[in-house]
Every structure is written in structure tokens, then in C-alpha cells.
Design a protein around this ligand. Structure first.
Ligand SMILES: Cc1cc2nc3c(=O)[nH]c(=O)nc-3n(C[C@H](O)[C@H](O)[C@H](O)COP(=O)(O)OP(=O)(O)OC[C@H]3O[C@@H](n4cnc5c(N)ncnc54)[C@H](O)[C@@H]3O)c2cc1C
Length: 471
């Protein structure tokens, strides 16, 4: 595969692309906007008027057939194609670093009729998560996927990144919400899966595209598994002296069969930064939200609080959890820092088993804290076997060049600390460019070879989002 950057597509090559010219965008300002993402590196590059990547052209399809024609054409002419949802990715996965085409899917946003009985809906991959939920709310159903980027991300982008929403303990992650997919392969072939409600017909091919980060094909339509909107919601919160106490209480809560919708366990620094009442007292803050039938959530809350008390927890009541819910889509911790010359901020999320988590936290804190002035962390998603640890690092430096030096150093320090601890080096933000240097170590040489083979088999011309995830 050529590593050339395609900044211009010759007229005779473009003439061979038989699509409605109305879907081709050649305005430089729009191309530039569509060639950026929400990573700190991209934001800094934009602020300094030195974009990290620039596509030659943006194509804005409205039908699957158009996507198919674009990919067949790109394969024929060796033109790189980077799919784009709504550009909220934070690791550079959507940057067209080899130029070529940005395939902006935002207008493939149709919402089909909701099948209320079977709790399903088929939508265009470009639909905004929040628009979709708003449109179907009157049916009493929801997608059940509420990332902090709920109003910034598309359905297709969330699947392509294997994203997680804050209510994942109850509803699973985005890959769990996918029932079936329509995908256009790099050669232009259109594939649809048929596996609802469940299939034993060979490997689950739709999952090949969950986490594919635009490297294996373009997701064009998605049939989602919907969840009922909760009849009742209960909030509570607990303070613990130690991380170990908070983890053990939560682990046993899951053992007891209780499924809180939301679980967050904040370290003392983040607890006091986000909850005023914690400024006065050290401690770990667990936020709990229970969704469902009124009797069921009352019983679940009772069991969770009993286990909390048995493990050294002090029950604080609903207020900190309600406060969390009201501010859950706020990302000023990032924009305030990155928006200033010399400011740096990043969230690095990893996952580990229950027994690994305490040592992992200490290692990441020691590593991150030596590079950035501020380090704080919380458990953001829980599973029977362990949890995700979401670390926030921030700092103010002399200028953006120094901020980026520290940014590179903190990724290196925190990811290495996670890998040395036996953790999984990425939980829901994906690989893109930022995690690419550690991809082989993170998933193992055998898995990396398999990924390379899959990419080669599906994308013989190497056109799909080249240069990402260590491929
Ligand atoms: C403030 C903020 C908060 C965030 N909070 C969360 C969070 O809580 N949980 C979480 O999981 N993530 C979070 N993110 C990250 C981001 O929202 C997710 O990565 C999201 O899934 C990206 O969706 P998008 O539509 O913006 O995709 P884009 O950023 O446009 O693209 C991301 C990647 O997916 C590929 N892609 C996009 N659409 C398709 C498609 N249809 N077919 C094939 N490939 C495609 C692109 O090529 C690219 O590689 C947050 C980001 C921000 C800025």
C-alpha cells in the first residue's frame, strides 16, 4: 500500500466516480472542518492553524448505494477513505492522515419505524445518539447508550469505536445494543447480517465491525436493540475510606445479582473536585443509580446499601448522585484546559479485574502524576470480572509545544503503567493514533497478525482509514 498523502484527486480519476455531484464537497473550509476530530492533538493543531490532516475531498452520501460506489471507485484508484460520524472521537481515529476522501455519514440519519413489541429500530449510521433517543422517546423505549458525548456522537461512530455509555452496568456497551448491521466492504460489496434475536450460524460477523474504527468497512445501517425507559429511578451515594472497601462492596453487589444502572467510584481528588461536600473530607465516593420497576429498584438499592455499610461505607443519600446526573454531559474539565495556550487535558481509560484494580490505580497515579500536575480517576463501568478505570490528567504549561510534549509523555507513562499492571490498555475511546504505538503489546502479536490478515482480506487495496491502530 502506498503511504503517499493524497491531497488532490486528478479530474480524470474523479470523473470515474459516478455519483450525484451534489454529494461531493470541495469547499476548503468544510474539508478542513471534516478533517479534524475532538482529540487534544487535533484541537491544538487547529488552534495553531496547522491541521494534522487534510482530505482532498469530502463525500457526503445519503444512500448505501452511493457509499458502495465510492468505495469501489476508491479501491480501483487506490484513494484512501476515512469514514466520519460526527467527529467526537478523542484518539485521532477519524483523521484522514493519508488525505483522499472523508466520507461524512452525517446525512445518513434516517430513523425507521420503531418495532415496539420486539424493541427494535433500524436507523442510518449517521444519526446523532441524542436525536434518535428524542425521536423514539414517545414509544417508551430508548437506545440505552448515554456516553458523555450523547449529543456529539453518531450511532455508527459509537459502534465503530466500541463505545460505552454511563448506564452500561444495566444496558451493556454499544456493541451489546447492536442487533444487526448493514456494512459496505472496501470493495463496494454490501453485506447485511441477520441475527436477531440471536444466531448460531458461524461467527458473529456484526461484531467484526464493532471497534473496527473505519478500517474494515463502512457501517451504513444499524438495527438497534432498544431498552424500556425506566418506570422508576433511584439515586444514592456512599463514602468509603479506601478504594479497596468501595471495590469490594461493589463486587459483592454484583455477586448478589444487583444491577445498578450507573456505578462511578471517584478517588478523593476527583470526588472533591466534582462534589463540594467532599472538599472538606477525604474519601472515595460511590455514585449509584438504579433504573427499572419501582419495587425492583427499591430492593436493589436496599441490598447495595446494606453491602456498602457492611464494608465500611457511609451512606450519603441521593444528593451527590443527582448532582452527577445533572452534570453528566459537561466536559468543561477538557475544554477549559485545552482551549488555552499551554493547557493540556486527557482522559485515559483502561480496564482490569477486581483484584488488579487497587495496584493499577496506584501505578497509573504515580506514572501520570510525574508528568502532569493533576491526576484524578474514577471507576466508570463495572462488570462481573472487573471494571474500567478512567484517569483524567491535566496541566498548564508555558505554551502549546510544551503542553504537547507533556501530552505525549503522559500517554506513554500511563499506558505503560497499565500494561505493566496486566490491565487492558483501552476501555472505550479506541486506538486511533494515540494508542497505536502500544497496539501490538496491548492485544498480543498473534491478535495483531490476525487483525492485519483481516484488513488485507477485506481491503486488498489498503484504502480504509489507513495508518491507524498500528495497521
Ligand atoms: C466530550 C466527549 C465525551 C465523550 N464521552 C464518551 C463516552 O462517555 N463514551 C464513549 O464511548 N466515548 C466517548 N467519547 C468519544 C466519542 O464520542 C466516541 O468515540 C464516539 O463513539 C465517536 O462517534 P462519532 O460519530 O463522533 O465518530 P467519529 O469521531 O466521527 O469517528 C470515530 C471513528 O469511527 C469511524 N466511523 C465513524 N462512523 C463510522 C461508520 N458509520 N462506519 C465505519 N466507521 C465509522 C471513523 O472512521 C473513526 O475511525 C467522548 C468524546 C467527547 C468529545
Amino acid at each position: 500500500m502506498s503511504h503517499d498523502v493524497i491531497t488532490h484527486i486528478p479530474d480524470e480519476v474523479l470523473a470515474d466516480l459516478s455519483v450525484d455531484p451534489a454529494i461531493l464537497v470541495s469547499d476548503p473550509t468544510e474539508i478542513r472542518a471534516m478533517s479534524a476530530d475532538s482529540s487534544m492533538r487535533s484541537k491544538k493543531a487547529e488552534a495553531n492553524d496547522r491541521p494534522l490532516a487534510t482530505a482532498a475531498i469530502v463525500v457526503r452520501p445519503v444512500t448505501t448505494e452511493q457509499v458502495s460506489r465510492v468505495l469501489a471507485w476508491a479501491t480501483k484508484h487506490g484513494v484512501p477513505v476515512t469514514p466520519r460520524g460526527l467527529g467526537s472521537g478523542t484518539v485521532g481515529a477519524g483523521l484522514p492522515i493519508r488525505g483522499g476522501v472523508v466520507l461524512d455519514l452525517a446525512e445518513m440519519d434516517e430513523i425507521g419505524e420503531v418495532d415496539v413489541t420486539n424493541r427494535m429500530v433500524t436507523v442510518g449510521a449517521g444519526v446523532r445518539l441524542s436525536d434518535l433517543d428524542e425521536a423514539i422517546a414517545e414509544t417508551g423505549l430508548s437506545v440505552g447508550h448515554y456516553p458523555q458525548s450523547f449529543s456529539l456522537a453518531s450511532v455508527g461512530g459509537s459502534i465503530a469505536m466500541r463505545g460505552s455509555g454511563t448506564f452500561s452496568s444495566l444496558h451493556g456497551n454499544m456493541d451489546d445494543r447492536v442487533g444487526d448491521l448493514e456494512v459496505v466492504l472496501p470493495t463496494g460489496e454490501i453485506v447485511t447480517t441477520h441475527s436477531m434475536p440471536r444466531a448460531s450460524l458461524g461467527p458473529d460477523l456484526k461484531q467484526l465491525f464493532a471497534g473496527s474504527e473505519g478500517m474494515l468497512g463502512v457501517i451504513t445501517k444499524v438495527t438497534l436493540r432498544l431498552v424500556p425507559l425506566p418506570v422508576a429511578r433511584r439515586f444514592n451515594s456512599v463514602r468509603y475510606e479506601t478504594f479497596e472497601q468501595a471495590l469490594e462492596a461493589m463486587r459483592l453487589t454484583l455477586v448478589a445479582g444487583v444491577r445498578p444502572a450507573v456505578v462511578r467510584i471517584y478517588d478523593p481528588v476527583e470526588a472533591s473536585a466534582k462534589h463540594a461536600q467532599f472538599a472538606e473530607q477525604e474519601g472515595w465516593l460511590t455514585i449509584l443509580v438504579f433504573d427499572g420497576d419501582a419495587d425492583l429498584v427499591a430492593t436493589q438499592e436496599e441490598i447495595a446499601l446494606r453491602l456498602a455499610a457492611e464494608h465500611g461505607g457511609t451512606v450519603l443519600g441521593p444528593e451527590p448522585a443527582v448532582h452527577w446526573e445533572q452534570r453528566r454531559f459537561n466536559w468543561s474539565w477538557f475544554t477549559d484546559a485545552v482551549g488555552h495556550e499551554g493547557g493540556a487535558a486527557e482522559a485515559i481509560e483502561v480496564s482490569a479485574t477486581w483484584s488488579e484494580l487497587p495496584a493499577l490505580y496506584e501505578r497509573m497515579k504515580a506514572a501520570g502524576g510525574t508528568v502532569m500536575p493533576e491526576f484524578m480517576a474514577h471507576v466508570s463501568h463495572v462488570y462481573d470480572q472487573g471494571a474500567a478505570l478512567y484517569a483524567i490528567v491535566r496541566g498548564q504549561f508555558a505554551d502549546d509545544a510544551e503542553a504537547l510534549t507533556h501530552y505525549d509523555a503522559v500517554w506513554e507513562a500511563v499506558v505503560t503503567a497499565a500494561l505493566d499492571s496486566g490491565a487492558v490498555m483501552g476501555h472505550h475511546h479506541g486506538v486511533g493514533l494515540e494508542r497505536a504505538p502500544w497496539m501490538e503489546r496491548g492485544i498480543g502479536a498473534g491478535s495483531m497478525n490476525l487483525l492485519r490478515s483481516l484488513s488485507k482480506a477485506l481491503d486488498p487495496a489498503g484504502i480504509m482509514n489507513p495508518g491507524k491502530a498500528g495497521l
